[in-house]
Ligand binder design. Structure first.
Ligand SMILES: [Ca+2]
Ligand SMILES: [Ca+2]
Length: 439
């Protein structure tokens, strides 16, 4: 597609008819357990739930911890380094393939697991910072990486469609069949993991990666989409593969990560944090990567880069930035308010691994990104990785949740400074898990 070609400005992707909903799998009731696969979706791979459900009967009980509710961390997690005063604990270690997180009321956090073809609900009903129940609320889906929660409904993004489970919190143990609220996204599995995010106006966004390392396939590939009524509208193009979308709560602008192309060496091109203050911007792919790395094939001879929007920040080559979240809570020190956390999944083909951490992006008063620094690191020990951060979300109580699809875990990071000498412990303010969600 030529740059500026607006054939796909508004896509003809149709809104799914609710008539399609009966084709979706019924989630087996938790009790008695039914190990047999539920009815197929008609597009499955034939793989049953055996591996997917994996963790035995539903619900899966989390291991009880010591009386404080917080079991001792494994040596791998003890190695995680945080700024002074922050503490990491396990929200759950019963979430194989944990990808995008969605925070709901009643202490519930939903987790997509593309690898397990399932969506989990982690329930911290007693508010002690650890999920005491883990349920599978959807299974046999096609790479359900993306989850979002809004007004009582859970949204799940498969490769080519988006499902909605209404009044999900009342039906965690046996959700009724979902409605397909959107379908027609490309079925390509290469860069086929979708991320979901609601804008402050309540519009649902997702992204469609290029189905390749580098190629020019035209829209809807390489875009960020706004799913609007019966159409998918291209909000941003020139995006290689974004698996992280977030809206600045102050400016309401869209920010998103993008993963740089491979096979240009260890240090090029940079992965990106992008800022889309309005629709219609082109972010460079496949012509230019990072700020000014011309693609050897698609950018050859390119002189004028002004029609492309450069990244707000270059995050470094191969770090694989995925989920991101603006800090909207009250639990961290005031200086963290409005800063942006990004999960770096880490490199897969760099000669020396990089990433495998959470960074925090600093913003100035004009809401521009001015730099970033490590926030949580230590999953990479030499060339060995003990975990891979995927997504970050602010929990209802203001702590930061981090998913890890390598370790099958969701971590909770709280601000909990040590007691002052001779003084009382400076415990952070904790709020009830049963209040309104943070997002
Ligand atoms: Ca709990
Ligand atoms: Ca770019």
């Amino acid at each position: 597609m030529a740059i500026g070609d607006d054939r796909w400005r508004t896509l003809g992707l149709s809104l799914a008819l609710t008539l399609l909903a009966p084709a979706l799998p019924a989630v087996p009731p938790p009790d008695p357990p039914s190990p047999s696969p539920s009815p197929g979706t008609g597009q499955g791979t034939g793989q049953g739930t055996g591996q997917g459900a994996g963790q035995g009967a539903v619900p899966v009980a989390a291991r009880p911890g010591p009386s404080a509710g917080q079991p001792a961390l494994t040596p791998a997690l003890q190695a995680i380094r945080l700024p002074p005063g922050y503490r990491l604990s396990l929200f759950s270690d019963q979430v194989p393939g944990a990808r995008e997180l969605a925070v709901a009321e009643r202490g519930v956090v939903f987790v997509g697991s593309a690898r397990q073809r399932s969506v989990y609900a982690l329930v911290d009903g007693d508010g002690d910072g650890r999920a005491e129940r883990v349920l599978i609320v959807a299974r046999d889906l096609e790479a359900p990486n993306g989850v979002a929660y809004r007004a009582g409904s859970l949204y799940v993004a498969e490769v080519d469609r988006v499902l909605r489970y209404d009044q999900i919190l009342d039906h965690l143990e046996a959700p009724p069949p979902p409605r397909t609220i959107f379908h027609g996204l490309p079925k390509d599995t290469h860069h086929g993991y979708r991320y979901l995010a609601f804008s402050p106006k309540g519009e649902l966004f997702t992204a469609v990666g290029a189905p390749c390392n580098v190629c020019d396939r035209g829209a809807p590939y390489g875009t960020v989409l706004r799913l609007k009524d019966s159409e998918a509208e291209i909000y941003a193009e020139g995006v290689r593969n974004s698996v992280g979308l977030a809206f600045d709560p102050m400016s309401q602008d869209l920010w998103f990560t993008d993963n740089g192309r491979d096979h240009l060496g260890d240090d090029l091109p940079s992965c990106e944090l992008n800022h889309a203050p309005k629709p219609g911007l082109h972010f460079g792919f496949p012509f230019v990567h990072g700020r000014d790395t011309l693609d050897p094939q698609y950018g050859k001879g390119l002189k004028d880069l002004r029609r492309f929007t450069p990244p707000a920040l270059e995050l470094g080559a191969h770090v694989a930035p995925l989920g991101l979240a603006f800090y909207t809570g009250e639990q961290f020190p005031p200086a963290m308010k409005g800063q942006l956390f990004i999960a770096e999944h880490g490199s897969w083909n760099r000669s020396r691994k990089v990433g495998y951490r959470v960074v925090v992006v600093r913003f100035d008063a004009a809401r521009q990104a001015v730099g970033f620094e490590p926030f949580a690191e230590g999953w990479l020990q030499g060339e060995e990785a003990t975990g891979r951060p995927v997504d970050v979300k602010v929990a209802v109580d203001g702590t930061l949740l981090v998913s890890d699809d390598e370790a099958g875990a969701v971590y909770r990071i709280a601000y909990a400074p040590a007691p002052a000498p001779g003084g009382t412990p400076a415990s952070p303010p904790e709020t009830s898990p049963a209040n309104t969600p943070g997002q």
